[in-house]
Design a protein around this ligand. Structure first.
Ligand code: UDP
Ligand code: MG
Length: 323
């Protein structure tokens, strides 16, 4: 029997886990995850991507390596963001399918069999978990998510209500996403964009095992802007339409001004002039802001810097090496 060939065969499932400051909950999460994988998968691997944690997430992960032979780890030089961590994980996995899930236990491992079933049956190449209830999230984070999803819907046409990064991707989808040349990525939107056969599975967001969410409002705003500019050019078309609307309004005002002038009541137009100047002044600034966001995105793409830098990598043998 050729054991090398068996050892080298790609596993059925690869799990990608982005982790940022998750030291306190990591052991519990891995225990739950490997417990479930042993029940539902013939072969698997787990890649934890430490996104430049400032606590001892990496040391915890190293300590867990001897317990789980299929655990692998990747550590960034600094915090590059969840999108970069997902990308790095997907670049390393070898499974016939990959599942992306959070390290904090909010994506319940009990859902894995449900994600696998439609894929194994050949009915779906993407199985996306949708948040049914998110009572465990704070009112503010639910409000932020709602605003983000609605803005995305208006500006890009993507319906992300309840969407999460917790999803299974067939090998073909992973390879397709990795072949995209773009640097600024929005994982959720990109998987929808590919149009591969998708099934949805509902789940209730579990409470965090430990710690609290790491997203600041500023980070979320940046994510929202880059998600929109990387996914759709629709806002540029909106500025154009706003400009057209402005021209119509300006023309009507011109008629009113001429009427006032001929009727010798010219001064009475002061209020409407002020309103129009204010409105179009801010509309201009808004327009420039939108153009700026796209320009910044093009700037990032043209610079073509790597999406992340890897500091260390640990695999089966438990030893670490430079990437
Ligand atoms: N995360 C990450 N990099 C970051 C922020 C978060 O890899 O800069 C990871 C985090 O460790 C977790 C997942 O992304 O596994 C979701 O983060 P979080 O729980 O803070 O967000 P929420 O659950 O509120 O969406
Ligand atoms: Mg979370």
């Amino acid at each position: 029997m050729n054991t090398t060939a068996i050892a080298d065969a790609p596993p059925e499932i690869s799990i990608v886990v982005p982790a940022f400051n998750e030291a306190d909950g990591l052991s519990t999460f891995l225990e739950q995850l490997f417990g479930m994988l042993a029940q539902c998968c013939a072969s698997y691997e787990v890649w934890v991507v430490d996104d430049g944690s400032r606590d001892n997430t990496w040391e915890r992960l190293r300590a867990e390596l001897p317990c789980y032979p299929h655990l692998r780890g990747l550590r960034f030089t600094r915090n590059f963001g969840k999108e970069a961590a997902i990308l790095a994980g997907l670049r390393h996995v070898r499974g016939q399918a990959a599942v992306v899930m959070d390290a904090d236990g909010q994506h319940p491992v009990a859902l894995l069999p449900e994600l696998l079933t439609p894929w194994r049956a050949g009915n779906a190449q993407i199985v996306a978990a949708r948040k049914a209830r998110r009572d465990t999230d704070s009112f503010i984070s639910r409000l932020q998510a709602r605003m983000f999803n609605q803005t995305m819907h208006v500006l890009t046409g993507l319906d992300l209500e309840g969407a999460s990064d917790f999803r299974l991707l067939d090998r073909r989808v992973v390879d397709t996403l990795l072949a995209f040349p773009e640097k600024v990525r929005f994982f959720r939107g990109m998987t929808v964009w590919t149009g591969f056969a998708t099934t949805h599975v509902a789940f209730d967001v579990a409470p965090r095992i430990a710690g609290s969410s790491q997203w600041s409002t500023a980070q979320l705003t940046r994510l929202a802007i880059s998600a929109i500019t990387s996914y759709s050019a629709k806002p540029l078309g909106m500025i154009f339409r706003l400009g057209l609307l402005g021209m119509v309004a300006a023309f009507l005002l011109l008629l009113q001004a001429l009427y006032s002038w001929f009727g010798d009541i010219a001064v009475s137009g002061w209020t409407s002039i002020t309103v129009v100047v204010l409105f179009f002044g801010s509309a201009n600034l808004l327009g420039i802001g939108v153009l700026g966001a796209y320009l910044a995105q093009i700037f990032d793409e043209v610079k073509a810097r790597p999406e992340y830098l890897v500091r260390e990598l640990v695999a089966d043998d438990g030893g670490s090496r430079s990437p």
